[in-house]
Design a protein around this ligand. Sequence first.
Ligand SMILES: CC(C)(COP(=O)(O)OP(=O)(O)OC[C@H]1O[C@@H](n2cnc3c(N)ncnc32)[C@H](O)[C@@H]1OP(=O)(O)O)[C@@H](O)C(=O)NCCC(=O)NCCS
Length: 153
Amino acid sequence: MSNLPIIKKVGFVNVEFGKVVTVVEPCNLYGCKIGDASFIGPFTEIQKDVEIGKRTKVQSHTFICELVSIGDDCFIGHGVVFVNDLFKFGGPARGDKSQWLPTQVGDRVSIGSNVTVLPVKICDDVVIGAGAVVTKDIIESGVYVGNPARKIG
Ligand SMILES: CC(C)(COP(=O)(O)OP(=O)(O)OC[C@H]1O[C@@H](n2cnc3c(N)ncnc32)[C@H](O)[C@@H]1OP(=O)(O)O)[C@@H](O)C(=O)NCCC(=O)NCCS
């Protein structure tokens, strides 16, 4: 006979929602803050201490890890993955949060589908093309594409 797995259910735990937030289930949101009039699509995971501003849209299948903050009026496309553990010491930090690094996304930032964002700062008014990998801080507004992401306009 097969063994039973350990099943953990999350749903919404300790989430601070602003006014008129829309969330489409199923998703796992815990210990995070979602600003007024924001939208969270299905199959998303938003971890502890993440802060999302006002009127920001997070589309389905996106993963937003601890130490990420996102500003107002942003668009986070489908399947966007944020990273806080760079495997700096030869592999995963395995829960040693002292090795994790933060990401800060400004206001009016649009991130295309399937983008990976390593721990960086992204300034206001930036567009990141679908499939890009953001490896360095973006300090000038504009359009960025590719792996590693480079400015094209
Ligand atoms: C990045 C983006 C905004 C650029 O749009 P644009 O300014 O109209 O750019 P163009 O289509 O004129 O392309 C300019 C150049 O960048 C390249 N390019 C465009 N998007 C690219 C991308 N995502 N990755 C890599 N290169 C890209 C084009 O091939 C073109 O290259 P070339 O000059 O060598 O021919 C757009 O292509 C994009 O990726 N949008 C994201 C859409 C998205 O994910 N939406 C989610 C909701 S459905």
